[in-house]
Design a binder for this molecule. Structure first.
Ligand code: HEC
Ligand code: HEC
Ligand code: HEC
Ligand code: HEC
Ligand code: HEC
Ligand code: HEC
Ligand code: HEC
Length: 258
């Protein structure tokens, strides 16, 4: 099981810097568009303990979540994990809660890009999930309030794949001949955000498969899975060469053919 990432000073500093930048950008926002989401005007940071008094159900799962424990830099050193995404909350608390007094990012990705700007680049790659087009969003796959932020992740063996099956039921099977690779997770072969390769594959050639299937050079032959593949390898990739097209599992053949 993966350990919770502990926040390093680097991350905390990063957040401090991001805040500083967004304030700076807000100040001169007539000429620049800002990455940070809008803030409720005149609101101050109050700390996550305040939020917990009314949102105990969110707080419950949040205790061990990736995004808990984000602290604000400077003299007023408080835990502002909730407000890191929802913006300063004093007005909301004064109003006794309700709508309109706090940011609800909903399906807005800008809030995530404040700290995960690299992901915007991944979703701009030629083969990617349609997040930039607004047809999908981060929370389709990530839970911002719970666990390690990868929905279904955690202790369940096949948990993370469940997220993918919600929309890609064809890959769930069951198959007569299952390909055990998927048990390791869809991400052994696919880059979940985006990739330069077709079908969001991590690699476009047989190295994708040789991650797990050992290739052995013999005198004049190349053994994979105990069979000489020397002539097969010239035909194309393992899945387009007319050999193992049913990469996710097959109903017809243990060699993963259709
Ligand atoms: C005094 C109680 C109270 C406190 C303290 C409080 N909230 Fe709320 N919050 C509410 C209520 C009530 C709602 C409205 C729920 C609804 O309409 O379903 C709400 C709604 C929200 C929403 C959804 C708003 C929307 O427009 O959909 C968010 C996000 C939120 N709170 C975050 C926070 C954060 C972050 C904090 C801490 C800074 C906090 N709340 C502190 C009572 C509170
Ligand atoms: C990593 C960013 C992030 C953090 C940290 C975060 N939230 Fe949220 N929160 C979101 C997003 C995104 C949504 C909108 C979810 C959606 O609509 O799918 C949301 C929605 C909400 C809502 C609206 C009701 C709901 O569940 O949809 C409340 C209330 C809320 N958050 C409270 C909190 C509290 C309290 C904390 C701290 C314990 C917190 N959030 C921490 C991103 C975050
Ligand atoms: C204030 C900065 C900040 C914001 C805003 C933020 N994150 Fe994060 N996120 C972090 C930090 C810090 C980590 C821990 C990474 C590390 O340890 O290097 C993290 C980690 C993650 C991880 C990896 C989880 C894991 O267990 O490996 C995911 C997924 C993630 N964030 C998604 C999101 C999503 C989705 C949003 C928007 C709803 C969001 N983040 C908003 C700071 C942020
Ligand atoms: C199609 C589902 C999906 C969507 C949509 C998605 N993610 Fe992810 N993301 C994943 C999966 C799966 C992983 C785990 C990757 C792994 O284990 O190799 C991950 C990992 C991450 C991580 C931690 C590892 C890393 O690459 O840094 C962060 C941070 C993250 N996602 C942020 C985001 C943000 C921000 C968005 C929205 C802009 C987003 N993700 C949208 C599926 C998704
Ligand atoms: C909320 C729905 C949703 C979820 C969850 C989801 N996807 Fe997707 N996926 C899509 C959509 C929409 C497309 C784009 C389909 C298109 O362009 O025809 C897509 C495309 C793909 C493609 C490329 C298909 C092609 O024909 O090029 C792959 C591979 C893929 N997803 C894998 C995954 C994996 C792995 C996960 C889990 C980490 C996942 N998806 C989670 C909706 C989803
Ligand atoms: C062993 C590597 C591997 C694993 C593991 C894997 N895939 Fe794939 N996937 C591929 C390859 C290779 C293709 C391209 C097939 C083609 O071009 O005909 C593909 C294609 C796809 C497509 C596009 C439609 C299609 O069948 O061509 C989707 C959607 C997809 N995969 C989803 C998933 C999901 C969801 C999982 C996890 C349950 C997963 N994949 C696990 C290798 C893998
Ligand atoms: C994450 C590891 C992993 C990856 C990556 C992977 N496989 Fe597999 N594959 C397995 C395991 C485990 C088995 C079942 C045990 C065995 O037969 O070696 C298997 C079995 C097979 C079989 C059936 C062998 C037989 O006849 O019993 C074929 C064919 C196969 N894989 C092809 C591929 C192809 C093609 C790719 C690349 C698209 C690929 N594998 C990528 C782990 C993997």
């Amino acid at each position: 099981m993966k350990k919770h990432p502990r926040l390093t000073h680097g991350n905390v500093w990063l957040f401090g810097a991001v805040l500083a930048w967004s304030l700076l950008f807000l100040a001169c926002s007539t000429t620049r568009t800002i990455v940070a989401p809008t803030q409720i005007e005149g609101a101050d940071f109050v700390g996550s303990a305040e939020c917990a008094t009314c949102h105990s159900e969110v707080m419950e799962g949040f205790k061990h979540a990736t995004h808990s424990g984000l602290t604000m830099e400077g003299p007023k050193k408080i835990d502002i994990s909730c407000e890191a995404c929802h913006g300063a909350g004093s007005k909301h608390v004064q109003a006794g809660g309700g709508r309109g007094s706090i940011i609800n990012p909903g399906r807005e990705t800008a809030v995530c890009y404040q700290c995960h700007l690299d992901k915007r680049g991944e979703f701009a790659l030629p083969n990617s999930h349609p997040v930039a087009e607004g047809k999908m969003t981060c929370t389709d796959c990530h839970n911002p309030h719970k666990g390690n932020a990868i929905t279904g992740g955690g202790t369940a063996f096949e948990g993370p794949n469940e997220t993918c099956y919600q929309c890609h039921s064809a890959q769930r099977g069951p198959y007569v001949f299952e390909h055990e690779a998927s048990r390791e997770g869809c991400v052994v072969c696919h880059s979940p955000h985006g990739s330069v390769n077709a079908k969001m594959l991590k690699t476009r050639n047989q190295n994708l498969c040789l991650q797990c299937h050992f290739q052995q050079q013999t005198g004049g032959g190349i053994l994979i899975g105990g069979r000489d593949h020397a002539s097969f390898l010239t035909r194309g990739t393992c899945w387009t060469g007319g050999c193992h097209e049913a990469v996710h599992g097959s109903h017809a053949s243990s060699s993963l053919r259709f």
